[in-house]
Design a protein around this ligand. Structure first.
Ligand SMILES: [Zn+2]
Length: 309
């Protein structure tokens, strides 16, 4: 927690002329071409890989920089706000290899946003989250991080967590181990270059990663594989009201919500969704905070199989 902002030069947080140049012209077109081919994380059946507790003895707790200690400036206004979260973010590698939810004793929930950063929609979402003191987890694509590093810097600076969603969003289960390593290492390095932090968890594109591959990734990168318990199918663009109602219907304590911050409709759905969940008593945490809670719970727990959709 103390290591939060030390690696970030505050001067870098303002968009520079250089950053504005990056967003323009060819690179934006490249982004749109890239995202047009992406589809969704959630097309594949998340049950592709069987989920079971780690059979391997884990090592020590994972220690990579994170910034979830950031305190949002108090905004007194019209929206409900998430309470300040003081719980830790360190989780043990013994916790498990795959998670679609975590059994917790409180009404905690983790929002995750995949496939960004997006030059307009992600900052718009960040504004909504900041107004409500909500921290989320962003599973970014390395190629987009390279296009919009300033968006990732802002995301980290405002206390959100970054997860690894591969460099180019290929179906990892079809790749060789060395290709998987390349996809994960390049994304990790892009995040580190952009914002001075390292992802601590990963989400495979389309949920596609078999059990052997998950164990390999966990052993070599220390990443738990994070799936989801709520999938609003927002990538099909059903409209903000439908996205919102699906998330609200699927929300539960310890749940992990899958959404995509590159879609305008998803971001449009957030104010009503967030306010409703806050009014229902949910407290928002990052994925690492949720996993860290698992360690601290007195209840014996095992990894839970993903919900079928
Ligand atoms: Zn994705």
């Amino acid at each position: 927690m103390e290591n939060t902002l030390k690696t970030i030069d505050s001067k870098e947080l303002s968009p520079s002329l250089q950053a504005k140049a990056i967003i323009s012209g060819l690179t934006r077109r490249g982004f749109l071409l890239l995202t047009a081919t992406l589809g969704s994380c959630a097309v594949a059946d998340p049950l592709l890989g069987t989920v079971r507790p780690s059979a391997k003895p884990g090592s020590s707790a994972i220690k990579t920089p994170s910034n979830t200690g950031y305190q949002t400036p108090r905004i007194r206004g019209t929206v409900p706000t998430n309470p300040d979260m003081t719980m830790g973010t360190d989780f043990s590698s013994k916790s498990g290899i795959s998670f679609s939810r975590v059994l917790v004793s409180g009404k905690y929930i983790a929002l995750t946003f995949d496939d960004g950063p997006h030059p307009q929609n992600t900052p718009r979402l960040l504004n909504m989250l900041r107004a409500r003191n909500i921290k989320a987890t962003f599973y970014v694509i390395g190629r987009n991080v390279e296009l919009y590093p300033q968006v990732v810097r802002r995301t980290v600076a405002e206390g959100h967590e970054i997860g690894n969603h591969s460099q180019t969003h290929r179906l990892l289960s079809k790749l060789s181990d060395s290709q998987i390593r390349s996809e994960l290492s390049r994304c990790r390095d892009a995040v580190n270059r952009a914002a001075g932090v390292q992802p601590r968890t990963m989400r495979p594109p389309y949920g596609g990663l078999n059990q052997r591959q998950r164990e390999m990734v966990h052993a070599e990168y220390g990443y738990p594989v994070i799936l989801w318990s709520v999938d609003p199918l927002d990538w099909k663009r059903p409209g903000p009201a439908v996205v919102s109602s699906r998330i609200l219907a699927g929300a539960s304590a310890g749940g992990i919500v899958l959404a995509h911050d590159l879609h305008a409709q998803t971001v449009d759905a957030m104010p009503a969704t967030l306010d409703n969940l806050l009014l229902r008593g949910y407290q928002f945490v990052t994925v690492s905070q949720l996993l860290a809670m698992k360690n601290n719970s007195p209840v014996h727990q095992t990894a839970v199989a993903p919900a079928a959709h």
